[in-house]
Design a protein around this ligand. Structure first.
Ligand code: CAO
Length: 460
């Protein structure tokens, strides 16, 4: 047997650089299989494992816990037999990252950083409870001092604790660490916040922000006093997406515009094309047509593909069209992104929808496939319902909810006729989009879906 050494390097990280190594999962001398996770990285958006590109024995680990890596950095050298080495030569780049169970999935944060969890970290939900529970008075003030950035950077704390502190607006420079060698832990931050709520922390300067009342606290109720209960932990994705959804909900003034599209012809057209598409390996679902119609609507109303800049004074309008879609997976809600959707015809959109949802459900969607959306579609049409109010996937400014189509009696040219009607629910950021524009957008969308021939044309 010939023996060779193969290098495993950090794959494409979707543009992230200097990503923290939060865990090293293997040791020199350890036998590993192809795809065995070697180290866990944690960026602002996700925790992810770097898998081995070969089977073999770990010769040397070239990174350490607490270090930083970027795409292309050497992670490990692995001794393989000759066959394995030739299957994956040293220079071959690793495949895209496989997100770990902590992979961030759902909408990006609005103004707050998200707590990407490290093992043992307090959950965002758990962290949120003490904030309210410690202060039973509705309208409680947090009165945390503004963050002193140089002091914050110097504080002895890991990436997860730093993000947790940012999430809560805690200045780490003021927190005493009780972890290993005085390191600041999540518990230290929680204790600091509790102290602040009880009036023990230094009060903030009298800035307008500090004068804003906190959200009224929800009373904690011990439901076990009324009967038998069972505690079921949220999935990691739910724990990550929860605060993001909450941040979007409380920061963005949402309005939802309802409408419906007559998709009778669209369904006939889809039925006539379905088998041919199936033979080519494409499942032509209504969502692909809705996405194609959304591309046209975004081209007609580019404001729906914009982002409000942090000053709130400008709109930054994207000249590209990337569309996210909510996918229901066993791990929770994930939003894969179809990039350059304006350059894809309905078949290619359908193909991408199928491939991305399959990867999402298998937990194999790399971070790059969850980034860069300018608009999102959340379709519950395959499940049911008549309408809903989707939460905007911040920093986007609108999201389209699609519910189940039903055959209805519609009054048309002097009589009632059966028509297949598709409910649309468009939630939009009222700071950016006014009601008239939202109504024009959904009207355009409904008209586009009602005349489906144009949706199957080749994309110019
Ligand atoms: N009305 C009626 N039927 C519909 C429909 C609609 N609006 N949309 C889809 N269907 C049908 C499809 O045609 C398909 O039927 P057939 O198998 O007979 O052809 C069936 O419902 C299932 O479709 P699907 O779910 O496989 O495919 P899709 O392209 O419609 O959706 C995806 C893909 C990933 C969006 C979907 O599977 C999913 O995960 N939906 C849930 C999204 C979600 O959780 N949103 C809420 C997020 S919180 O805001």
């Amino acid at each position: 047997m010939t023996v060779a050494t193969t290098e495993v390097r950090v794959p494409d990280l979707g543009g992230f650089k200097d990503v923290a190594v939060i865990d090293v999962l293997v040791k020199p001398g350890e036998a590993i299989a192809l795809d065995s996770p070697l180290v866990t990285l944690e960026s602002d958006k996700a925790a992810m494992d770097v898998p081995s590109t070969v089977a073999g024995v770990i010769e040397k680990i070239h990174v350490e816990k607490g270090g930083k890596v970027s795409a292309g950095d050497l992670v490990a050298t692995v001794t393989t037999d000759g066959a394995a080495a030739s299957a994956a030569p040293a220079a071959e780049p690793a495949p895209p990252l496989k997100p770990s169970a902590a992979a961030a999935a759902a909408p990006a944060p609005v103004t707050t950083a998200v707590v990407a969890e490290a093992p043992g970290a307090a959950t965002p939900a758990a962290a949120a409870v003490p904030l309210g529970a410690a202060q039973p008075v509705p309208g409680a003030r947090t009165d945390l001092a503004p963050i002193d950035e140089p002091g914050f950077s110097r504080a002895h704390a890991g990436p997860s604790a730093r993000r947790f502190a940012r999430e809560l607006g805690v200045d780490l420079a003021r927190v005493s660490g009780h972890g290993f060698k005085g390191r600041i832990t999540h518990d230290d931050i929680k204790a600091f916040v509790k102290g602040a709520l009880a009036g023990g922390a230094p009060a903030a300067a009298a800035t307008p922000a500090a004068d804003v009342a906190a959200l009224p606290a929800l009373p904690a109720v011990n439901v076990a006093q009324f009967g038998t209960v069972e505690t079921q932990p949220l999935s990691r994705i739910q724990r990550i997406s929860g605060p993001r959804l909450h941040a979007s909900w409380v920061n963005i003034p949402h309005v939802t515009q309802f409408d419906e599209a007559d998709i009778t012809e669209l369904e006939q057209l889809r039925a006539s094309l379905k088998d041919k598409a199936q033979a080519a390996g494409v499942k032509l679902t209504p969502l692909a047509f809705v996405m194609r119609a959304c591309v046209k609507a975004l081209q007609e109303f580019p404001r729906f593909n914009a982002i409000l800049d942090p000053s709130g004074a400008n709109l930054i309008v994207r000249r590209y069209v990337n569309i996210g879609f909510a996918a229901d997976t066993p791990q929770g809600l994930i939003v894969p992104v179809v990039r350059d959707a304006d350059r894809k015809d309905v078949y290619e959109l359908a193909r991408q929808l199928g491939a991305l949802s399959e990867k999402a459900r298998a937990g194999k969607l790399p971070p790059t496939d969850m980034q860069g959306a300018g608009f999102t579609i959340s379709s519950l049409g395959g499940i049911g319902g008549t309408a809903f109010t989707p939460i905007i996937n911040a920093p986007e400014v609108a999201i389209l909810g699609v519910s189940r189509s039903t055959m209805r009696a519609v009054y048309h040219e002097g009589g009632f006729v059966p028509r297949l009607m598709l409910p649309l629910s468009l939630s939009y950021d009222h700071r950016v989009i006014d009601g008239a524009m939202a109504a024009r957008f959904t009207t355009f969308l409904a008209q586009t879906l009602a005349a489906p021939r144009a949706l199957i044309e080749a994309v110019p």
